[in-house]
Design a protein around this ligand. Structure first.
Ligand code: C2O
Ligand code: CU
Ligand code: CU
Length: 550
């Protein structure tokens, strides 16, 4: 039988036992009529012990709390304010080439919903300004020294997503900073690493919650010889927010754990549907810092844009004339948006994308998310009198060479396989609970969930390797590898191979169900590196493994 059907059915039973209809009505309203029909148990014959549903109480998202939290309505947050500028993390050093700062993570109450306070967990001095971590702006070859102070009620780490920092400075789950404690993260930013990165917590089994409570922030590394330095820059940091009707940050429910959490709000620099006025051609940096939401960005068919960069910085050659760009969770991009010649009004939206989210019944997928407007964009091109800006992109943005093993040698091969399964035994064990995460829902890498004491793969530093990442599950998963930027070589689906049409540096790549993505990658520093699905609920559920670099 189809694995997915089995999983979906079994979960259906579990959720029904929680009496948690309200919770997933929010996600799967159209499937609700199926939920009462638990009599169709075909395929469940091997689920012995289904009579004992009492153990399932432990699968409620938070003990003692009903799974069905009433959510705030879609319009509970005001919209239409001008896009907020990001806060910045101040450099306390006056030495050129040094960035020294203090980054505090702390609970912070803010009023986003009129009349209702929300307690977030935020980085920096966040009493005002966007509820996004402050922008850390670095230059290539900077020495960075950031003291992290953990004022959260639980352990945390800071992971510098995409930057080639030493493994012991990269916020690995095995290096937690205790509540009330602090530590200094030290690293240098190598030449050639100019790009768009971000930082977020990475404690094992707590990353999802810490990020959805507000802990994530942008990093920009600048090059001395940036060919696009003359383009005015705009930053759009996308986060996802799920608010309960009382203004609190809602806990994860079963559907959140299974498909990855998507709230009712997508925020841009901390606000719902802001307004952007474009008077000149602009360079936009965009971050998908959502726990699980895919963003197929579009300004509409009449507003093509150029992609000039990926996670790890500029492309070799701009990809012009795009009308959409898919950003999986964790991914970043740089695009050039043109002001045009006449005033007009457009919408920046997340177009329909089907990442094959699982439904609770009938082994089927949920329908794709409908189009969602993220921001309103008004084009008001400045006349000839205005500051002249360059309009023509350089034909080469920067040279990128294909990552290859030395001539005459063969790249070591590595295989990463994503799979999903139901652990019936764990599901039925009375009292089974995994930090309030639902037991029995398994998302795996190479047949296992994360175990901090196990090395899944070993690489020699300096070796250019070919990795294949194969998705044997029924939904999309964004693959992310720490400590380096890799190149996608090709993608294969249904026996058809598609060479990647352009060279780019990435640290995150989406892998569709049934797809195999091949990458070339190299690690420079010995130590332990994580690789995982960047749907943070999946990461917390164990879809993560350790690469040892020797
Ligand atoms: Cu952005 Cu290991 O993650
Ligand atoms: Cu990372
Ligand atoms: Cu995943």
């Amino acid at each position: 039988m189809i694995r997915r059907q089995f999983l979906a059915r079994a979960l259906g039973v579990v959720v029904a036992s929680l009496g948690a209809r309200g919770a997933f009505a929010q996600h799967a309203g159209h499937d609700m009529h199926d939920m009462s029909d638990m009599s169709g148990m075909e395929g469940m014959d091997d689920m012995h012990g289904m009579h004992d549903m009492r153990g399932m109480q432990h699968m409620a998202p938070h003990a003692g709390q009903p799974a069905g939290v009433a959510l705030a309505p879609q319009n509970a947050l005001p919209s239409g304010a001008p896009l907020a500028a990001l806060r910045r993390l101040a450099n306390e050093s006056s030495d050129p080439g040094t960035f020294r700062a203090t980054l505090v993570a702390q609970p912070q109450r803010r009023q986003l919903m009129p009349g209702k306070e929300t307690s977030f967990w935020l980085y920096g001095d966040a009493a005002q300004g966007p509820i996004v971590g402050p922008l850390i702006e670095l230059r290539e070859e900077d020495t960075v020294e950031i003291r992290f102070v953990n004022r959260l009620p639980e352990p945390s780490t800071v992971h510098w997503h995409g930057l080639p920092v030493p493994p012991d400075q990269d916020g690995n789950p095995t290096d937690p900073v205790a509540p009330g404690a602090s530590r200094v993260y030290r690293f240098t930013v190598p030449r050639g690493s100019a790009g768009t990165y971000w930082y977020h917590p990475h404690p094992h089994m707590q990353s999802s919650e810490q990020v959805y409570r507000g802990l994530a922030g942008p990093i920009i590394v600048r090059a001395a010889d940036d060919p696009l330095v003359a383009w005015p820059e705009r930053h759009l940091f996308f986060t996802d927010l799920k608010l309960a009707a009382d203004g609190s940050v809602a806990p994860n429910d079963m559907m959140d754990w299974m498909n990855g959490r998507e709230g009712q709000f997508v925020l841009v620099n901390g606000a719902r549907r802001p307004g952007i006025v474009v008077t000149r051609d602009e360079r936009w940096r965009v971050w998908n810092a959502c726990n699980a939401r895919y963003l197929r960005l579009s300004l509409g068919a009449n507003y093509p844009f150029a992609q000039v960069g990926t996670d790890g910085g500029l492309l070799g050659v701009a990809r012009d004339g795009l009308t959409e760009l898919l950003l999986a969770p964790g991914e970043r991009a740089e695009i050039v948006v043109r002001a045009g010649q006449w005033p007009s009004q457009a919408m920046l939206s997340a177009a329909v994308y089907d990442r094959r989210k699982m439904a609770m019944t009938h082994g089927s997928s949920l329908p794709p998310d409908p189009l969602r407007v993220l921001a309103d964009v008004r084009f008001a091109p400045a006349g000839a009198s205005a500051v002249p800006t360059p309009h023509v992109l350089p034909s080469t943005l920067r040279p990128i060479e294909a990552l290859q093993p030395p001539a005459g040698s063969v790249a070591p091969q590595k295989s990463v396989v994503f799979s999903e399964a139901m652990d019936m035994e764990a599901m039925h064990r009375p009292g089974a609970t995994m930090h309030e995460m639902p037991a029995g829902m398994k998302f795996m890498i190479n047949g296992a969930t994360f175990d901090a004491s196990r090395i899944a793969l070993t690489s020699r530093r300096g070796d250019v390797e070919h990795w294949s990442i194969e998705n044997r599950t029924d939904m999309d998963h964004p693959f992310h590898l720490h400590g380096t930027q890799f190149q996608v070589i090709e993608r294969e689906q249904d026996g058809k191979k598609m060479k990647e049409p352009y060279l780019a540096w990435r640290d995150t790549v989406n892998v569709q169900p049934g797809e195999t993505v091949r990458i070339a990658t190299v690690q420079a520093i010995p130590g332990e590196r994580m690789f995982h699905c960047h749907i943070l609920e999946h990461e917390d559920l164990g879809m993560m493994a350790t690469l040892k670099v020797v």
